[in-house]
Design a binder for this molecule. Structure first.
Ligand code: FE2
Ligand code: FE2
Length: 295
């Protein structure tokens, strides 16, 4: 799978930043909390892979790394603008984004490169698992505001497209054996704990900052069902995929959902059409045109 850098822009209506999801503002803030992690998180991913770029011999993998970095750079750019909308809506977006940056900079400073790459491999498994949920059951986002839905679908498709790149780099540059396995498995346990602590903390802080909106009892119930619901909740739904990471022979494409990628061209066309229709409309972020560019 060769990741392609797509320079897309989205029309995100600013007035819907806090309640764009069909299931209301509390679920919206679950996604918004994830969005706050991306600028600092994805820069960390890019750097941790760049650290090993010179040690990759396989020309195919080198190209994939370029595509991976190109895609994450576009995601970072778009999520920075998305997060600016949250800040404008009165939420502490920049504070929370900077807090994560500070935390990840500690990792950059004190952890060996192999540990940093291990963290990236684990978090890329997380983005792949969450992307698969969104792509394989469209009711998870159906009926939401179009621009936000398109942006999350684009991000999910590209996370799927490049889901094995950091793992393939990991396998190419680190010595095989028990040490490599233990580092990967141990990092997944710690990363899981820290990741969800931060997501839930940010989710609650956004809800508290947006408390004037009201409807909290119903909102918290919907959010709890969305995340923990036994049948389709996010956490129960990824449990099997999370466990599969601990198999010594694990590979991200063991979960073969490449058929989803056939949707990309249709999405790009829909984003272009939406942007053309929305140019100059009040309330849209700014007049923008989607441009597709291969890396
Ligand atoms: Fe990304
Ligand atoms: Fe990614």
């Amino acid at each position: 799978m060769m990741p392609v850098r797509r320079d897309l822009r989205f029309n995100l209506p600013a007035q819907r930043a806090c309640d764009w999801h069909a299931q209301g503002s509390h679920v919206t803030h679950f996604y918004n909390a994830l969005s706050l992690l991306f600028p600092a998180g994805e820069r960390f991913f890019m750097d941790s892979v760049r650290n090993y770029r010179d040690r990759i011999d396989d020309p195919e993998l080198k190209k994939q790394v370029l595509g991976f970095i190109g895609q994450e750079a576009m995601h970072t750019r778009e999520h920075i603008e998305y997060n600016d909308l949250l800040q404008q809506a009165g939420l502490p977006a920049h504070k929370l984004d900077n807090r994560l940056l500070w935390f990840l900079n500690l990792f950059r400073k004190y952890l060996p490169h192999s540990w940093q790459l291990a963290i990236t491999v684990c978090l890329e498994h997380y983005t792949a698992m969450l992307a698969a949920l969104l792509l394989e059951d469209s009711s998870r986002i159906a009926g939401s505001v179009e621009g936000y839905t398109q942006m999350w679908t684009w991000h999910a498709l590209e996370e799927t497209e490049h889901k094995s790149v950091s793992y393939d780099v990991w396998n190419a540059v680190l010595m095989p054996g028990l040490g490599r396995y233990l580092l990967r498995a141990g990092t997944m346990l710690i990363t899981t704990l820290i990741f969800w602590l931060i997501v839930f903390d940010y989710n609650v802080r956004l809800i508290v900052a947006d408390r004037k909106r009201g409807g909290h009892l119903r909102g918290m119930w919907r959010l709890t069902r969305y995340v923990w619901g036994p049948r389709r909740g996010v956490l129960p739904s990824i449990a099997g995929e999370w466990l599969s990471f601990f198999r010594p022979g694990f590979h991200p494409w063991d979960h073969d959902n490449r058929d989803q990628l056939a949707r990309i061209d249709g999405l790009v066309a829909a984003v272009d059409a939406a942007n053309a229709a929305n140019v100059g409309l009040p309330g849209t972020r700014r007049a923008r045109r989607g441009v597709r560019a291969a890396a």
